[in-house]
Design a protein around this ligand. Structure first.
Ligand code: PMP
Length: 406
């Protein structure tokens, strides 16, 4: 198998349009990816033919919806190489996954004197829940420093590791910088002091195969919408032994076994953590997205994505006034920058006028913006359907931005 970006692009109908009379160049994949026909069709098919609530009805549609919903869970299990579907919990997205672990695991296991480590390059979704839980338990949230290049400072991390550290929560690929963190080593080192580890895989899952067994992480969270799936659905993986011990942090229907006013007992895994009617169409759509991605030659996809990002970085290196924010050696999917003398938002607006979609601002990662002494950046983020031509389109548009602004 090989990879032809022009053929791939035909799977994504949204890309074939003009924005402000210019062909769309979509470079905001870090925020959300576009959806292939296979995903759009799976969702439409579900609503046209199978829509029903799951795990409850004594009727055919409900059985069918339940079947597809649980099949999607199997697909996720295989995709990340979990040991069992009991370890796959549907969430709204990465944010809910981190909150679930912070509140369910953290409230019961953290106390004054304990420490939770997160890196300085985390998304707010992997800072604020821990801050909230640390405030309630008296534990301390400690940032792991990042180097001038935007890499994790491994020496500083090692120096922080001692018996006070009970949890390490870290991003695999930074959405603000594109840095790829050495999470396997981080997990090994954290386990040596008895800490549990959550990996925020929001920006990683779309780029290469994830193997939670090989990583040996305790928890892994990601969002469907950054993996060519729909919004409003995500996955939390957790090791079964840990999930078994944890008390759910949200209550309601589906997650119970018996309820009386005296006492409630909880359902078995994974339903214990899935109160209320789940996002059934979302799970089915995510299953279709995973089927789409896994049917591709993933090595060829990764090589293509690497080529496009390298090409973008090469063009950036010789581009006047371009300041790359974060210069990690190992990076994926993201080129974050400022243009000297220009506000990122102005750059973004002028790029949009030329059909180029990027994100501007702090990327929900204010601490790392502070580290680089900027309030925000322009972020071009790439997916499998982007090409060298898109990169050229971006730089041609930047030429015009400079012409308008200076
Ligand atoms: N972590 C990272 C690294 C992210 O990029 C994002 C989304 N920008 C999140 C967490 C939060 O994901 P979601 O909004 O889908 O919950």
């Amino acid at each position: 198998m090989s990879f032809d970006v022009n053929i791939i692009r035909q799977d994504f109908p949204i890309l074939a349009q003009t924005i402000n009379d210019k062909p769309l160049i979509y470079l905001d994949n870090g925020a959300t990816t576009q959806k292939p026909n296979a995903v759009i069709d799976a969702i439409c098919h579900y609503y046209r033919h199978d829509n029903s609530n799951v795990h409850r009805g004594a009727h055919t549609l409900s059985d069918r919806a339940t079947g597809y919903f649980e099949q999607a869970r199997q697909t996720v299990k295989a995709f990340i190489n979990a040991a069992s579907t009991d370890e796959i919990i549907w969430t709204k997205g990465t944010t809910e996954g981190v909150n679930l672990v912070a509140f369910s695991w953290g409230l019961e296991n953290l106390k004054a004197g304990d420490r939770v480590l997160v890196s300085q390059m985390e998304h707010h979704a992997n800072i604020v829940p821990w801050q909230m839980v640390c405030q309630r338990t008296g534990a301390e949230l400690v940032p792991i420093p990042v180097t001038e290049d935007g890499e994790l400072d491994m020496d500083a991390f090692k120096a922080l590791l001692d018996s006070r550290v009970k949890f390490v929560s870290m991003v695999q690929v930074s959405n603000a910088l594109g840095t790829v963190n050495p999470v396997k080593e981080v997990i090994e080192l954290a386990h040596q002091v008895g800490a549990k580890v959550l990996i925020d895989g929001a920006q990683a899952v779309a780029h290469w195969p994830i193997d939670v067994a090989e990583l040996d992480c305790d928890f892994y969270a990601f969002s469907g919408h950054k993996l060519y799936g729909p919004t409003g659905i995500g996955v939390l993986y957790g090791k079964q032994a840990l999930l078994d011990e944890m008390t759910p942090f949200m209550g309601g229907g589906e997650m119970i076994e018996t309820v009386t006013f005296a006492k409630t007992t909880y359902n078995k895994l994974p339903y214990k953590f899935e109160p209320g009617t789940p996002n059934i169409a979302g799970a089915i759509g995510l299953g279709a997205a995973i089927d789409y991605v896994t049917a591709l030659d993933r090595k060829a996809v990764a090589a293509h994505e690497h080529d496009v990002l390298q090409y973008a970085l090469e063009r950036a290196a010789g581009y006047e006034g371009f300041r790359l924010i974060g210069n990690a050696k190992n990076r994926a999917g993201v080129m974050s920058f400022v243009l000297d003398g220009a506000h990122p938002q102005d750059v973004g607006t002028l790029l949009d006028q030329q059909g180029v979609a990027v994100r501007t601002g702090n990327h929900c990662a204010m601490p790392i913006m502070d580290h680089f002494n900027v309030t925000g950046t322009v972020r071009a983020s790439f997916a499998l359907y982007n090409s060298r031509e898109d990169v050229d389109g971006l730089f041609n548009a930047l030429d015009k931005v400079k012409y308008f602004l200076f």
